[in-house]
Design a protein around this ligand. Structure first.
Ligand code: FRU
Length: 498
């Protein structure tokens, strides 16, 4: 009796405090398998992405003490293939300052003069956030491959006495033989560039501001040189995390242009807005530093500040996208960012490969190819479809639960509807997301399903849509539905990913 009344008091208190006791039940069925999520606690931005001695390092914004934003420190994980991750101890713990976002550079020639000259040297440059007071750029170094870090005794290395001034990202700019840092003044919608020879002393080079989308503050900038596919040319791309395609939700945009070692010049009109991803769950992506910057690839935080605190998972909250290689492609509308899944999923033999399939009103993927809890990549070639609409539906047969991906060839549109996909969060979570593709791009769509994360790349990688979902049903099947009479699909391939 006493136990029952204690439970009632506990339940009453939980409800009163607005927390649910059920929120503390582990939700492992929602844990992505090939995407990184910390074993427990909160994460947001990826930090210090680095390819080094055959391993990919991922540092990340991390709360070592809880399942919500706070105590910001750098967590650490590494992987040999970008799909199996090993979580390591907290790399840079906070002190009186929170350790906000930043990057890691491999100081191959020991230009900084820090640490042990006989050992490999990694340099982390991040924002030290003194809550409600000031943000400065600080440095820490590691002689043990990123496991432990020493905070530089003469920090800050860059301070302009601003409350908001953050997220340094560094490249080696070979032509001007200097390191170049991009860093934002979020409320001025400005990226500043600084140059340095030794990673310690930084001089202002220039500022790029108030172009594209300035509906929300700018964060996490990155400047990279990308090859233009099919040519020997390259161009510079500046990405920033900001407002995305949906009002009130964050996302990422990019600018294409030139960088001469001093200034970035946007080659498009300043009002033009180019978004990186038209889903709602891709933010704060930064490229992996790989010394030469020969192949550029990045990953982002797969969540949105609009509803991040509500992510109904336990004991972790927050996860990363898949790594994607970046290029530029020449399209009828100009140069556009192309993203390709970096793990080469399609290099192995598909588990299902079908050609010329007639879709009547509904076509079900042969079971047991696609069952809940599996991780898979689906590729659909709809080149022969000149009109009509298709739905690719991941649905529970016994309930209204479904996650729909729509394709309209007439309007060149792809949309994602998660409004009945299980647990629905607030702040625009249920709103349909959509993207149009340029008619000169290929009609292929790749859908990567990893439990709670669904990533879409389509139209030659010029359309990306990253979307979370929290299904509640016990089973689900994948089918293709045509609402406009029979259509012909040129090819379907499915890879089960372990
Ligand atoms: C972006 C961001 C960064 C900041 C970090 C703090 O999501 O707000 O600007 O450094 O998160 O956790």
């Amino acid at each position: 009796m006493k136990n029952v009344s204690n439970f009632c008091i506990f339940l009453g208190l939980s409800l009163l405090l607005g927390t649910s006791i059920f929120a503390q039940v582990p939700t492992e069925s929602w844990r992505p398998s090939i995407h990184f999520s910390p074993k427990k606690n909160w994460t947001n931005d990826p930090n210090g992405l680095l390819y080094y001695k055959g391993e990919y390092h991922l540092f990340f914004q991390y709360n070592p003490k809880g399942n919500e934003w706070g105590n910001m420190s750098w967590g650490h994980a590494k992987s040999k293939d970008l799909t199996h991750w090993t979580e390591l101890p907290v790399a840079i713990p906070h002190d009186s300052a929170y350790i906000f976002s930043g990057c890691v550079v491999w100081d191959k020639s020991h230009v900084s003069g820090l640490g042990d000259p006989k050992k490999d040297l990694l340099i982390a440059i991040y924002t030290a956030d003194f809550p409600n007071t000031r943000q400065e750029q600080h440095l820490a170094y590691s002689n043990d491959d990123g496991l432990t870090w020493t905070k530089y005794a003469l920090n800050p290395i860059l301070n302009i006495n601003m409350k908001d001034f953050r997220d340094p990202n560094i490249i080696w700019h070979a032509a001007s033989q200097q390191f170049v840092m991009s860093v934002v003044k979020p409320h001025e919608f400005a990226v500043q560039f600084y140059g340095s020879k030794d990673l310690i002393h930084w001089e202002i080079l220039s500022q790029f501001a108030q172009q594209g989308d300035s509906g929300m503050i700018w964060e996490c900038p990155a400047l990279v040189e990308l090859p233009i596919e099919g040519s020997k040319e390259s161009k510079w791309v500046l990405s920033v995390s900001s407002q995305g395609p949906y009002k009130g939700s964050v996302g990422m945009q990019y600018f294409v242009g030139n960088f001469d070692g001093k200034q970035f010049v946007n080659e498009n009109p300043k009002e033009q807005v180019l978004y990186v991803d038209h889903g709602k769950d891709f933010y704060a992506a930064i490229p992996f530093y790989n010394g030469m910057n020969s192949e550029v690839f990045w990953l982002g935080w797969a969540l949105n500040w609009a509803y991040a605190g509500e992510q109904p998972t336990f004991p972790w909250k927050g996860q990363m996208s898949t790594a994607r290689t970046l290029r530029l492609v020449q399209t009828q509308a100009g140069l556009r960012l192309k993203q390709v899944f970096k793990p080469n999923f399609a290099s192995i033999k598909p588990d299902l490969a079908l050609k010329n399939i007639q879709i009547g009103s509904q076509w079900k993927f042969p079971s047991p190819v696609l069952l809940k809890d599996q991780v898979y990549l689906v590729e659909l070639d709809f080149s022969d479809m000149n009109s009509g609409e298709l739905l690719i539906s991941i649905a529970d047969e016994g309930s209204p639960e479904k996650f729909n991906i729509g394709i309209s060839t007439k309007e060149h549109k792809i949309w994602v509807d998660r409004s009945q996909s299980g647990k629905i969060l607030g702040n625009g979570f249920a709103q349909i997301s959509e993207a149009t593709w340029l008619p000169d791009r290929s009609r292929k769509i790749q859908i990567l399903v990893d439990r709670s994360i669904i990533e879409i790349l389509a139209a030659d990688g010029t359309v990306a849509m990253s979307t979370l979902r929290f299904p509640e049903s016990k089973s689900e099947k994948l089918s293709i539905i045509s609402s406009s009479g029979p259509v012909n699909i040129r090819g379907i391939k499915v890879w089960k990913l372990k």
